[in-house]
Design a protein around this ligand. Structure first.
Ligand code: MLT
Length: 409
């Protein structure tokens, strides 16, 4: 008799974004005439750039003849793709070997799957609030313990509060943990870690023989050149950190799917010397995954060409202009607003001490604008709210006009 993985029943709620979509669906059904302005999920909306489209077409064309057809590629990704990624890191002074880069179908699968190479009793620390994948995948793996509905926390996860008081970057854990998830620029708060802040976690990880899983999916949105785009810009990080990144937000690949993980050879853990985690991740990927799509990698290579990078910068600038429009409008209304300057997410305090989901309903009902409730990202997100800048300019502009005119503060 088959039985289920009982850890699924420990998940506290449905995945955040389907729940947002469900509530919006209910509202839309009740108000069929309402024009709903979606600033909820961080999903790109602008078309792929010309260089990327040409790269994808060329990838398809190569599959159309016997001479150029290819089947399975390297599990780790096409070598030219890994070389191109290594060149991008080298521009920031980070030297990576091609055997340290693993091309994948996106940062979400990588950030969910990476926990599988660690022991089931490892203690996990997360920024609170955090991208829900980090906690949920550890719940499913049996690492999280019991959910307490009062504290809204799992009893084996260490929550590192990110609040207005600490600039939305956490203090170091006061106890021992084995795995630390950090995301910078942060989803959802839009805060960006400085080199000094990351150095503190690198020192902690090396002292505790812990591993930092660094989600850099939004690094291309950093405008301030003094801020690190990769944790490997910090001395000693190769000994203790795995980094995950993505083409989704850089090149509009949310539907196309392409990302990469860096697992350095120098990375060491308690019971495995240098190279062990790299070897385990290679083993994991070659067992569960047949490599990223060859067509998609052709598009990704085009995005990393000189023309592609310039065009993708245009996309990033477009979304960052959207973020500035949202941020300015909310500030003009006297709201407490964070992020949006080196990150595509604007994080705001819900007005008048409102709870996140109450503000979600209010914003939807009064202004027909969809955002994401901060509480959905963890207990410290309660009372906060996230707006995404990944919409078309006209929806962003309509959303801020509607907020200004219709939201009763
Ligand atoms: C978000 O809105 O947080 C992102 O779209 C989630 C994701 O990239 O999976």
């Amino acid at each position: 008799m088959a039985t289920i993985n009982p850890n699924y029943d420990k998940l506290a709620a449905g995945y955040l974004f389907p729940e947002v979509a469900r509530r919006v669906g209910v509202f839309a059904e009740k108000h069929p005439g309402a024009k709903i302005l979606r600033l909820g999920i961080g999903d790109t909306t602008e078309p792929l750039t010309p260089a990327v489209v040409a790269g994808l077409h060329a990838g398809v064309d190569r599959l159309a003849s016997r001479e150029s057809y290819t089947g399975y590629g390297d599990y780790e990704g096409d070598p030219p793709m890994r070389e191109a990624l290594a060149r991008i890191y080298a521009q920031r002074g980070v030297e990576l070997g091609l055997d340290e880069i693993f091309v994948s179908d996106g940062a979400k699968p990588d950030s969910g799957n990476i926990q599988s190479i660690f022991a089931a009793d490892n203690v996990v620390a997360v920024q609170d609030p955090a991208y829900p994948v980090y906690v949920d995948t550890n719940v499913i793996a049996g690492r999280a313990g019991r959910f307490d509905p009062v504290t809204q926390q799992y009893d084996r996860i260490v929550y590192m509060p990110c609040t207005a008081q600490n600039g939305f970057f956490p203090e170091l854990p006061t106890q021992h943990v084995d795995i630390v998830y950090l995301c910078s620029p942060n989803n959802p708060t839009g805060a960006v870690a400085t080199k000094e802040q990351l150095s503190g976690f690198v020192r902690y990880a090396r002292e505790h023989r812990a591993v930092v899983i660094f989600d850099a999916a939004y690094s291309a949105f950093i405008r301030d050149d003094a801020l690190p785009r990769s944790i490997y810009e910090v001395e000693g990080a190769k000994q203790c950190a795995i980094e995950i990144n993505s083409f989704s937000k850089i090149a509009g690949f949310t539907g196309v799917r392409l990302g990469w993980a860096v697992v350095p050879q120098a990375l060491e853990i308690e019971d495995g010397g240098a190279g062990k985690l790299n070897q385990l991740w290679r083993r994991r990927q070659s067992t569960f995954f047949n490599g990223a799509s060859n067509v998609v990698q052709a598009g990704g290579m085009a995005a990393l060409s000189e023309q592609g990078l310039a065009e993708c910068q245009g996309l990033i600038d477009y979304y960052m202009r959207n973020a500035a429009i949202i941020r300015t409008a909310l500030e003009e209304l006297g709201l407490d607003v964070y992020g949006g300057d080196n990150a595509p997410y604007v994080w705001m305090k819900a007005p008048n001490g409102m709870k996140s989901w109450d503000f979600f309903d209010k914003l939807l009902t009064e202004a027909h604008v969809v955002g994401t409730p901060g509480a959905g990202f963890g207990p410290s997100g309660e009372g906060y709210f996230r707006l995404s800048s990944f919409g078309h300019r006209e929806s962003i502009e309509q959303a801020v006009v509607s907020i200004r005119e219709n939201l009763r503060l």
